[in-house]
Write a protein that binds this ligand. Structure first.
Ligand SMILES: Nc1ncnc2c1ncn2[C@@H]1O[C@H](COP(=O)(O)OP(=O)(O)OP(=O)(O)O)[C@@H](O)[C@H]1O
Ligand SMILES: [Mg+2]
Length: 357
């Protein structure tokens, strides 16, 4: 029997739908966020009566269902059978972090293709005009990652019927916002609290049912996954752990997922931060350099970055380092030093890992 015959013989997968463990999988029903979703629906409701909506700053820690809850509200909105058209626009500002990129993305979403050779200003004008033919719900996810707010100012001023939902890990983001925008936005705060133990277990159970064949998880093994997820408070770490544990169990042709597979998965995942996978390439690149140069001064790390063909200016590099610190991928410690000023020490290891708990 050949190598692959052997492999396939015992490779009846433990997974039923492995994609159900992806971060962008939308389980239905979405559990435990009805109150928050209702709050958002209420902010949108005035649009149905042809009035301007309420704006919200949706905030809370990573991995607790902000994005998924908001996206599902938009989906419901699309499926609503109302006379009035309300256009949902969702933008991830980590990826689209300038007014130009935001406006190009909106053009794409509304099917406007003549964007070549047009300047930001011109595109903003076109988009504003087109959007004003209906009411609009804007979602700007990861809003604290944008580099300029011209688009926000323009939409606040010039789109007549809109609800703007901003999502961020930090409600403090509001404090530093330009007062001209802040006063126009005047958002209500919607606080997403981390899930409690039972809720965390409920969410992971639901995903287990979607993703795996029945009865292949040992209770003890599954409970470790739940425990670790409760500690990190980030559902992503649980999804990741389940997937890796399943792969490890399959790799040794086990018919069950057991404690030793989960333990191995925990060790493996510690090499990654749970949110790593969502990082854009440049930040991933910088993060890897920090990992390899743990505890060094920022200037030295920038040198290594340049030696490895990093192209950003120091200022941009510094900002990306700050972003990574905000996302808790790395830590930045300012110490006295340099030419009478201060310098920053950048560490990767000080970020808590699953095995630390
Ligand atoms: N109530 C829930 N039911 C099912 N899955 C959930 C629920 N809440 C979160 N998840 C899952 O957890 C993962 C993280 O959720 P989400 O992307 O919404 O987090 P977030 O709060 O937006 O985090 P971040 O601030 O890091 O962007 C997703 O894969 C999502 O499917
Ligand atoms: Mg999110």
């Amino acid at each position: 029997m050949g190598l692959f015959d052997e492999m396939l013989k015992d490779s009846e997968s433990l997974f039923k739908i492995v994609d159900a463990l992806n971060f962008d999988f939308h389980p239905k029903p979405l559990k435990y966020r009805d109150v928050e979703q209702r709050f958002m629906a209420n902010a949108i409701k005035p649009l149905f009566m042809e009035r301007d909506g309420t704006h919200l700053l949706v905030h809370g820690k990573p991995g607790i269902g902000k994005t998924i809850a908001v996206k599902q509200v938009l989906k419901d909105l699309e499926e609503t059978d109302a006379d009035l058209e309300i256009l949902p626009i969702y933008i991830n500002c980590w990826q689209k972090n300038t007014t130009y990129k935001v406006v190009i993305e909106i053009c794409e979403q509304i099917g406007y293709r003549l964007t070549q050779n047009k300047k930001t200003e011109e595109l903003l004008k076109i988009v504003t005009q087109k959007l004003n033919s209906s009411a609009v719900v804007f979602v700007f996810d990861e809003i604290d990652k944008v580099e300029d707010y011209d688009f926000l100012y323009t939409f606040l001023e010039q789109i007549y019927k809109k609800t703007i939902l901003l999502i961020s890990n930090y409600k403090e983001w509001l404090i530093q916002l330009d007062p001209r925008i802040k006063s126009r936005l005047n958002p209500q705060l919607l606080d997403f609290k981390p899930y409690n133990n039972l809720e965390t277990k409920g969410i992971l159970e639901q995903r287990k049912e979607f993703a795996f064949q029945s009865n292949i998880w040992d209770n003890e093994a599954f409970n470790i996954v739940v425990e670790k997820t409760v500690i990190t408070k980030d559902i992503r770490s649980g999804l990741h752990l389940m997937k890796t544990s399943g792969e490890i169990a399959e790799g040794v042709a086990s018919r069950k997922i057991k404690k030793n597979h989960v333990d191995a998965a925990i060790r493996k995942l510690d090499e990654l931060s749970v949110k790593d996978l969502g990082l854009e390439e440049e930040r991933q690149f910088i993060l890897n350099i920090v990992k390899l140069n743990d505890g060094k001064k920022i200037g030295d790390i920038y040198k290594v970055y340049q030696e490895n063909s990093g192209k950003s200016s120091y200022k941009t590099f510094r900002r990306k380092i700050d972003d990574l610190a905000k996302g808790k991928f790395i830590s930045v410690k300012v110490i006295p030093g340099g030419d009478g000023g201060s310098t920053s020490i950048i560490s990767y290891k000080s970020v808590k890992k699953l095995t630390d708990f």
